[in-house]
Design a protein around this ligand. Structure first.
Ligand SMILES: Cc1cc2nc3c(=O)[nH]c(=O)nc-3n(C[C@H](O)[C@H](O)[C@H](O)COP(=O)(O)OP(=O)(O)OC[C@H]3O[C@@H](n4cnc5c(N)ncnc54)[C@H](O)[C@@H]3O)c2cc1C
Length: 424
């Protein structure tokens, strides 16, 4: 078993990153080479800006290359709860922003000719308990009435035509959305940014940002660069001078296992529609079939950071979960196991704008493959003076109470969720 991301391991190599020191002058310095940063570099380059992207590690080596492979519409949190929190109008605007984000991914794939196995077959949210179906029914009614008619409630009697498992009592299908190979999308987006003139540097962690005249001087592990504007696209960064952001983000580990390639007939029987799937538990699972017929199965598993021994432990929990859900796959070998950090905000909404003159976009809370890509494009507009394009501009972003930058509270939150899940 490889303790590595399947997406990164099976992606084509990135040949367009720069050798040599980071130096000189840029119109925009983007910190972070995930989907937010790469998408912003593509959009800014298209406008003629000289863009430099620096990443602390490998381009796409953060959440963008380590996720569940789903490109879903709909907000991270439950729509009924969001309406209660923000009112119908704002909640619907958030939902529409996620739908626009799926469109952005599809447009970029088309425009930049990115070969990433994109399939638009929607997401099915599966009710793990009988009363969860009643809640999905209420949610479906509200979503259909307010914001999206392209959804369907699948009752108990039909759920086995979607998923061959005893674990589910029905589900909510949102058709707008899909899935793709995240490693191929990363490399395709990075190459597109380079074609638009961007320079990409790996292993160039930023350690300081200093105001310098009308611009900024940014120190990286590979040298110093001056830039007129800076975009922070670091997700739940553990490096560098980003304490203000760290106090607003809880870096929560999420873990994934991927089986060996399985007989297509077996997968066709288990998951005939091959959609993106999530479950309704608080400690939920998500799964899908990969382009080469493996089952990818992920979940929170444990409230802890992601590092190799912890990933392996989480992998064993996930494997047990997979077999409990799909006993037909009990003999499937696990070929990959890895983890990544989700940039969870307290309100589970993205946050983007400007702080101390520096631009930022993050806080996608586990629903960011589409939104980070979208926000990269949006931030190019915002940095060009079009703040009105930012769907999150009116969202307050206070620090998480008691969060000093180190997530000491995660084990407590994990225990709380595990207990709550029993009664939920
Ligand atoms: C296990 C897992 C499963 C997920 N599944 C899904 C899913 O199925 N669907 C979905 O929509 N979303 C999912 N997500 C979330 C989604 O992957 C992210 O929201 C999205 O990729 C965020 O992109 P980003 O560019 O903002 O951040 P990242 O991809 O994390 O990129 C940030 C980059 O910044 C770099 N960086 C950090 N600090 C510094 C520094 N000081 N200097 C330079 N560079 C720095 C990092 O090295 C990293 O490469 C998942 C996330 C995880 C972890």
């Amino acid at each position: 078993m490889k303790l590595d991301s399947y997406w990164l391991d099976t992606a084509p190599p990135l040949l367009s990153a720069c050798e040599g020191p980071v130096d000189g002058q840029a119109d925009v310095l983007v910190i972070g080479g995930g989907f937010t940063g790469l998408s912003a570099a593509q959009a800014l380059g298209k406008r003629g800006a000289a863009v430099t992207v620096v990443d602390a590690g490998r381009i796409g080596g953060g959440a963008s290359g380590r996720n569940g492979g789903q490109v879903n519409t709909g907000v991270a949190q439950d729509f009924v709860a969001l309406v209660a929190q923000l009112g119908v109008e704002r909640a619907s605007a958030c939902y529409r922003a996620f739908s626009d984000a799926v469109d952005t991914v599809e447009r970029l794939i088309r425009e930049e000719n990115i070969d990433c196995n994109y399939v638009a077959n929607g997401k099915l949210k599966l009710a793990s308990k009988p009363h969860h179906l009643a809640h999905l029914e209420k949610t479906a009614e509200m979503i259909r009435r307010e914001v999206d008619t392209d959804i369907e409630l699948i009752g108990r009697e039909r759920i086995r035509s979607e998923v061959q498992s005893d674990s589910f009592h029905g589900g909510l299908l949102q058709r707008h959305g899909g899935q793709m190979h995240m490693g191929k999308f990363t490399v395709g987006l990075a190459d597109a940014a380079v074609r638009r003139g961007a320079k990409l540097y790996e292993n160039a962690a930023v350690s300081a940002i200093v105001k310098d005249g009308s611009g900024y001087r940014v120190t990286t592990a590979r040298g110093e660069v001056r830039a007129k504007q800076v975009l922070i696209a670091t997700g739940p960064s553990r490096h560098g001078p980003f304490g203000w952001y760290r106090r607003r983000i809880a870096p929560i580990g999420s873990f994934i296992v991927v089986t060996e390639p399985l007989p297509p007939a077996l997968l066709q029987q288990v998951l005939p529609k091959q959609r993106a799937y999530t479950t309704t538990r608080l400690m939920h699972n998500y799964f899908r079939v990969t382009p080469d017929s493996r089952l990818l199965f992920g979940g929170r598993a444990r409230f802890t950071a992601s590092e190799q021994p912890s990933d392996a432990k989480s992998g064993r929990i996930l494997r047990d979960g997979l077999v409990a859900m799909f006993p037909q796959l009990a003999s499937a070998r696990i070929d990959y196991c890895w983890g990544g950090l989700v940039d969870m905000s307290a309100d589970r909404l993205p946050h983007a704008g400007q702080h101390d003159g520096v631009y930022f976009s993050m806080g996608y809370s586990g629903h960011g493959t589409q939104m980070s890509t979208h926000m990269g494009q949006v931030m190019a507009d915002v940095m060009d003076g079009h703040d009105e394009q930012n769907p999150w501009r009116e969202t307050e972003w206070p620090a998480i109470p008691g969060h000093t930058g180190k997530p000491w509270f995660l084990p407590l939150v994990g225990t709380y969720y595990r207990i709550k899940d029993i009664f939920y």
